[in-house]
Design a protein around this ligand. Structure first.
Ligand SMILES: Cc1cc2nc3c(=O)[nH]c(=O)nc-3n(C[C@H](O)[C@H](O)[C@H](O)COP(=O)(O)O)c2cc1C
Length: 353
């Protein structure tokens, strides 16, 4: 019965989403306009009596532990949004945990619009974004992240941290950590976003292992919470293996593969007026094969818990990455396309376990 309900909601969600995108693109091709309308509708629904219609229990035999974190399902929301209504919707459909969008020290508007578009990449649906990490800044974050309703689900919550340099990462971490340490909620974890396809100079912490080592050791000395390091598919295998070697020397650490992959906007047919930057981060199905390869590479060489993110959106892909060594599975683009796939995947995981 629950499967029929989730399939019915999937069809409707995709249909309504398509209608909103078509209606919004009558004015200007800019997916963000459709996302804003969708978020408003979602907010109304999640604050109405109808929200119960979207509630799906997570089968009790698919839970996963990663260190002291208990995920009732291995599927988690990757870091890409900080909209509370979306978080609640995903919790209702049965997500195992969520990750806040990357927090930076100072507020930033990000890049100019249009900066996110739906594209066709090698025949499949994908997204291209050059948001440029818009953020309300760390001071705003620490006053809002302990949202009562969100905490009531008691599922792990990741806090993604970014920065322009090593000191920024440490500063943001210190400010957030002082609040996390005084919280009674014990399922927070940190994700360090060392990949940054949207920064102006293209420089990342992943390019400098000494700085990365400094940051991770400093953070480890400040907190005993799980730290996840989120890497980029733009790093090559050799660079990833070196990062893993460093991570192996640090306690309670995990690796997330990975972020979006940088491509040029004109390579997927976007004209200058469709995308404000020459290129951006590709996400969605075209990333899957590389994500799977990376999970296998790390699992064959190291014993670090792996979060597989990139192009994952159905049961068979979830199953492949878990069988190849992933502990958790991150999703972003699929949650934009249709979050009601989550209860369907959870049910299949339950039958197969
Ligand atoms: C619109 C958008 C915004 C994103 N913002 C962030 C971010 O703030 N921090 C981060 O680590 N990753 C960010 N990502 C990357 C996603 O977390 C994820 O790693 C990537 O999209 C690949 O997963 P997917 O194929 O399931 O989308 C963003 C992705 C999208 C599409």
């Amino acid at each position: 019965m629950n499967n029929i309900r989730s399939q019915f909601l999937s069809i409707n969600y995709r249909l309504i989403r398509r209608l909103i995108i078509m209606q919004q693109s009558l004015f200007k091709k800019d997916l963000e306009a459709a996302i804003i309308v969708g978020d408003k509708i979602n907010h109304l629904l999640m604050n109405s009596p109808f929200k119960r219609l979207f509630k799906f229990a997570i089968p009790n035999n698919i839970g996963i532990h990663m260190y002291d974190l208990n995920f009732p399902s291995p599927i988690i929301a990757a870091s890409f949004k900080d909209d509370m209504s979306a978080f609640l919707q995903w919790q209702f459909v049965g997500i195992g945990g969520i990750t806040y969008k990357t927090v930076l020290k100072d507020p930033s508007e990000g890049n100019k619009r249009p900066r996110i578009q739906e594209i066709n990449h090698s025949g499949s649906y994908a997204l291209l974004n050059s948001l440029g990490l818009p953020t309300k800044g760390v001071d705003n974050f620490i006053n809002h992240f302990e949202h009562e309703k969100l905490l009531s689900f008691n599922r792990p919550i990741g806090i993604s941290i970014g920065g322009d340099n090593a000191n920024d990462y440490v500063k943001v971490f210190e400010l957030i950590n002082s609040r996390v340490e005084s919280s009674s909620f014990n399922q927070f974890f940190y994700e360090i976003n060392i990949s940054c396809p949207n920064t102006e100079d293209g420089k990342c912490l992943s390019d400098d292992l000494n700085q990365l080592s400094f940051v991770l050791n400093k953070l480890r000395s400040l907190s005993s919470k799980v730290i996840v390091v989120k890497t980029s598919p733009d790093s090559n295998d050799n660079e990833i293996l070196k990062i893993c070697e460093l991570l192996s020397s640090i306690d309670k650490i995990a690796i997330n593969v990975g972020n979006t992959r940088y491509i040029l906007a004109n390579s997927v047919g976007l004209k200058e007026h469709h995308f404000s930057k020459p290129g951006g981060g590709l996400s969605g199905p075209p990333l899957f094969e590389d994500t799977l390869k990376r999970v296998k590479l790390i699992n064959d060489n190291f014993q670090i818990p792996i979060i597989a993110t990139g192009g994952i959106g159905n049961y068979s892909q979830v199953n492949s990455v878990i069988n190849s060594g992933a502990t958790l599975v991150g999703m972003a683009s699929q949650l934009v396309a249709d979050p009601f796939i989550i209860p369907q995947i959870n049910n299949k995981l339950s039958y197969e376990s």
